[in-house]
Design a protein around this ligand. Sequence first.
Ligand code: SF4
Length: 220
Amino acid sequence: MIEKQEIEEIMQKLLKFYEGREIEWSASLNPFQILIGTILSQRTRDVMTEKITKKLFEKFATPEDFNKASVEEIENVIRGAGFYKQKAKRIKEIAEIILKKYNGKVPESREELMKLPGVGAKTSAITMVYGFGKNDAIPVDTHVHRISNRIGMVKTKTPEETEKELMKKIPRKYWNVINHLFVIHGQSICLPMKPRCNECPTKEHCRYFRDCRKINQKQS
Ligand code: SF4
């Protein structure tokens, strides 16, 4: 298993490699929109999420807007996202709770966020990091879970376990950048099915790459 010193090197290499690749989708969104956008992204491809989120916030931007809208109106805009009917209902419920219980402001605590319907570890962490700019959570999505296991930073079965293990190993200064870095890496090089290891800046540290190389050497 990779230890802290090597993790520092990996993070520095990735930061350098992806320098200038800004976080586009969340840059102009407020904490409420980040929260709703993350719910929309569940079981939906990144490209589709971006498209639907943009369309949705052009029509409804605030908790008040969603509260006034009917579930059917929200459904019509987010059709195309996975489980859109369920999500439309949840989004409407969340908007109502935020208005009534939190005076229209998204709660700035993971504990409170996770009391909202459909909000789990990943969504609350993304809201804290990208919505409030805090570095007290590590958002673990499919890319972070896959890549940190491939490299050998963690050996875990679920994203929840991955977050706990990463928190023990990754210096806190990287907590609010690791999700962004691994999402770009997972979309461009460390692809789910066929990772492009030869182009990867961290291949010399990666346990998956080493294992593949050993297998290839045995076969040749
Ligand atoms: S070497 Fe391959 S498997 Fe390892 S992080 Fe890079 S792309 Fe992913």
